[in-house]
Design a protein around this ligand. Structure first.
Ligand code: AQP
Length: 332
């Protein structure tokens, strides 16, 4: 079975609809056909300030949501990144094969650091993509299911894997991105020219999966569309409507042309009402299941401990090979 690896940050508590449609939904499907490793990336989360108590809680909330979304610990390896120290260890190695200029070209870093200002930007945020490289290479992943915003980091991963392999001998699998075109970028409900995002979206523009379902319905109903009246998929001319169609199509399994046909002659209100209903039907059981996992932290922590053990077995082997190739003297 080919291997997949991916991660999600525990920063905000609730996942948003973009995280789910762009990434987590694929994770659930891929556990059936792939040897799947999924993690809550708490090391990545501390690249921006975190309150310790909240980080601890949000890490459990993230794991609970992944289980609620359908990850099955019998079918995949689910763990917390900091439970596997090899991530930080290989990240250091990969930092030392990354060019400073190369890292400086990462657009996500440029955007985020420009917003925060140099004094509030950590060196950790700068090397965030390199930690991600280490995350992926440790597991010899063939594919990495992510949203479009991670494409550049995946290219860096491929470059660094190839560079290391050329310099020191074959060590790492060169991974491919696994990006589902239709849902690779879910847009902000209020500003459909930007991606739905924790750091850039306004509260009305982002759908948090753990929100009160009534709030979610309201956000869908007040989504920005356009002054036209036709319900048609056209990313350029009708970004708001197209985003709503994408979300509805993915959650119902109905393709976009058939949705367009079913809304012929209907107003935007009809589309929004239907989508609001579909969303409420989706998030209500999701919230309940998440809460059930959180009500039993012992079981949750046991799942994560077992996951970390399985992950470590793979990660330790890769790190040992990399250390050996580099010429580190083995510890007696
Ligand atoms: N809008 C999106 N559409 C599709 N996929 C998305 N992802 C994020 N936003 C969208 C994908 O979700 C996965 C987890 O990403 P993350 O750990 O970076 O999560 P985050 O930090 O909570 O996501 P944001 O909103 O993107 O945070 P900001 O903007 O603050 O950095 C990834 O696979 C990502 O591609």
């Amino acid at each position: 079975r080919p291997r997949v690896l991916s991660g999600i940050q525990p920063t905000a508590g609730s996942f948003h609809l973009g995280n789910y449609l762009g990434a987590v939904r694929q994770w659930v499907a891929l556990q059936e056909s792939h040897d799947a490793f999924y993690m809550v990336v708490d090391l990545h989360a501390i690249t921006v300030p975190q309150d310790p108590a909240e980080l601890r809680r949000n890490t459990r909330v993230a794991a609970a949501q992944l289980l609620a979304a359908g990850l099955d610990p019998e079918r995949c390896t689910l763990f917390v990144q900091s439970h596997v120290p090899e991530h930080a260890q290989l990240a250091w190695v990969m930092n030392c094969v990354t060019g400073f200029g190369e890292a400086s070209r990462m657009t996500q870093f440029k955007d985020k650091s420009a917003k925060q200002g140099a004094d509030r930007t950590t060196v950790g945020l700068f090397t965030y993509p390199v930690l991600m490289v280490a995350d992926i290479l440790l597991y010899q992943a063939d594919q990495v299911p992510v949203g479009e915003d991670q494409r550049q980091h995946l290219e860096l991963t491929r470059d660094l894997a190839e560079r290391f392999n050329t310099r020191f001998g074959p060590t790492f699998t060169v991974p491919n991105p696994y990006i589902v075109k239709e849902t690779a970028k879910i847009f902000d409900l209020q500003d459909p020219s930007i991606k739905m995002s924790k750091s850039a979206s306004s509260p009305k523009g982002i759908v948090d999966l753990l929100d009160d379902p009534k709030v979610t319905a309201k956000k869908i109903k007040s989504a920005v569309t356009d002054t036209d009246t036709v319900i048609r998929f056209d990313r350029e001319a009708k970004p708001g409507v197209s985003n709503l169609l994408t979300i509805l199509s993915t959650l119902t399994g109905q393709d976009i042309p058939s949705l367009e046909r079913s809304y012929e002659g209907k107003m935007y209100g009809a589309l929004k009402t239907d989508l609001a209903e579909v969303m409420v039907d989706f998030v209500t059981p999701f919230r309940d299941r998440t809460r059930e996992y959180l009500d039993d932290p012992e079981t949750l922590d046991t799942i994560l401990a077992k996951g970390a053990e399985k992950a470590r077995a793979v990660a330790a082997e890769t790190l040992a090979t990399a250390y050996d190739r580099l010429g580190f003297l083995p510890a007696k």
